[in-house]
Every structure is written in structure tokens, then in C-alpha cells.
Design a protein around this ligand. Structure first.
Ligand code: PEP
Length: 252
């Protein structure tokens, strides 16, 4: 009942020329009606041009971050309604790079999640533990804390139109991928945590894996019962690499 979502987080990479090539390459490899959704999340300045390039293709548009505020004196911030104006359907909230480098707390992430939904965007809520937390056996506690902040603020109903991404911090951009079993264990835990509140919503919520996913490891991860796609950083920057993951999703 859950479709795969293959989402590219371009982070702070790209240029008008490079983006054009990348989108054309991806679009050529993923025809409409492929049975899964494909999403790209470019940096803010390129949302308009990438959105135009995606028109008529199977690709969807998302952003990497959003303000929790609707409008006003917030220099440098981007409101949810602006993303909607530009054709975004999704927005990533709580990526570990934003939590670690920009001090975003789980409460601020919850506010962003709610603001995004208020504007009609689907938030992709990132959760995940550091290596130290994993080694201390705290993975489930960390993920629960990050999830609970959103559950408390927005309620379980909000997860009917949201995506969760399990992104172990130790796997992001490191080349070290969680094994399918390690990832499945946490995905299962996340779904069980949601099911404690509403089993129906938990069963339909897409939970993506993120952390050095690539063509070679995608199939193993995507065959796990609670892994519903990927949030992909490095491997989303080259059409062939991204398409190799998409091919695994198409078979999954
Ligand atoms: C990410 O930043 O969300 C991510 C998963 O990056 P990478 O695929 O490069 O590990």
C-alpha cells in the first residue's frame, strides 16, 4: 500500500548549467508511470528553474529547509507559502546538518513541520542518531525524542500527510551505509512508535532511509519491509547514480 519515494537532496551544490543537465538526465531515465515517486530538492535559488525543467516529467520538486514563520522580518529566511508558490510539493525538515550546524532543536523542527503542512507542503521529517549515541545504545531514545516533538506539537493525524526519513548521522556523506538489517530495525521501531498512537496512519506513512545510499546498496535496503524509499545526498548529484537507485526502487 506504500509507494516508494526516491528523493534527492542536492544540499548546497549545483549551477544553472549543471542542474539543467542533471534534470534532463534524470527525467530521461524515469518515465511517467514508473510506479514510484521521484523528487529533487535543489537549493532555494534554483527551485524556479528546476521546477520548470521538471514540468511534464515524472519528477517532483521539494526544498531542503523552510522557515517556521509565515512572513515578516526574518532576514534570509524562506516562508512555506513561497515554496508552494514555486511549485514545491515537499520540504525536508530537521536534516541533521541543520540540527548540528544551525542549532535547530526538535521543537523548532516541529514548528517547521507544522508550518510546512499549513501551507500545503508535505514535510520530510529527518530523524537519526550520531555514532556516539548508537554506541551508547541510545538510538531508539534519540529517534523517539525527535519524533515525539512532532507528535506532541502536530498530533498523529499530521503523519497522514508527511514522510519520515531515518538518517543515521554516522552514515550521512561518510560512505558508510547502515546494513539493511540495521536500518530495518530502526524503521520498524519508528513505525511501531507511530502505531502506538494510530496503527492505520503508521501503516501508511512512508519511511525513507538516508545515509550513503547508492546503486550498489539500494536494492538490499529497499527490499526491507519498513523501508519505503531513500533520501539521497551525494548519489543524487549524478543522473546515472540517482537512476541506479531509482532502478532498484522500480524493482522493489
Ligand atoms: C543526506 O544528506 O540526506 C544524505 C543521505 O546524504 P548522503 O546520501 O550523501 O549520505
Amino acid at each position: 500500500m506504500r509507494e516508494f519515494l526516491v528523493a534527492g537532496n542536492w544540499k548546497m551544490n549545483g549551477s544553472i548549467a549543471a542542474n539543467g543537465e542533471l534534470v534532463a538526465g534524470i527525467a530521461a531515465g524515469v518515465p511517467a508511470g514508473s510506479g514510484f515517486s521521484m523528487l529533487v530538492c535543489p537549493p532555494f535559488p534554483y527551485l524556479g528553474s528546476v521546477g520548470s525543467a521538471l514540468e511534464g516529467t515524472a519528477g517532483k520538486l521539494g526544498a531542503q529547509n523552510v522557515s517556521e514563520h509565515a512572513a515578516g522580518a526574518y532576514t534570509g529566511e524562506v516562508a512555506p507559502s513561497m515554496l508552494k508558490d514555486l511549485g514545491c510539493e515537499y520540504v525536508i525538515v530537521g536534516h541533521s546538518e541543520r540540527r548540528a550546524m544551525y542549532g535547530e532543536s526538535s521543537f523548532q523542527v516541529a514548528a517547521k513541520f507544522q508550518a510546512a503542512q499549513g501551507a500545503g507542503l508535505t514535510p520530510i521529517l529527518c530523524v537519526g542518531e550520531t555514532l556516539e549515541e548508537r554506541e551508547q545504545g541510545a538510538t531508539e531514545n534519540v529517534v523517539d525524542f525527535q519524533l515525539n516533538a512532532v507528535l506532541d506539537a502536530a498530533g498523529i493525524g499530521a503523519f497522514a500527510s508527511a514522510v519520515v526519513a531515518y538518517e543515521p548521522v554516522w552514515a550521512i556523506g561518510t560512505g558508510v551505509t547502515a546494513t539493511p538489517e540495521q536500518a530495518q530495525e530502526v524503521h520498524k521501531h519508528i513505525r511501531a512508535r507511530l502505531a502506538e498512537v494510530d496503527a492505520g496512519i503508521a501503516a501508511s506513512t512512508q519511511i525513507l532511509y538516508g545515509g550513503s545510499m547508492k546503486g550498489e546498496n539500494a536494492a538490499g535496503l529497499l527490499t526491507m519491509p519498513d523501508i519505503d524509499g531513500g533520501l539521497i545526498g551525494g548519489a543524487s548529484l549524478k543522473a546515472d547514480d540517482f537512476l541506479a537507485i531509482a532502478a532498484a526502487a522500480a524493482q522493489g
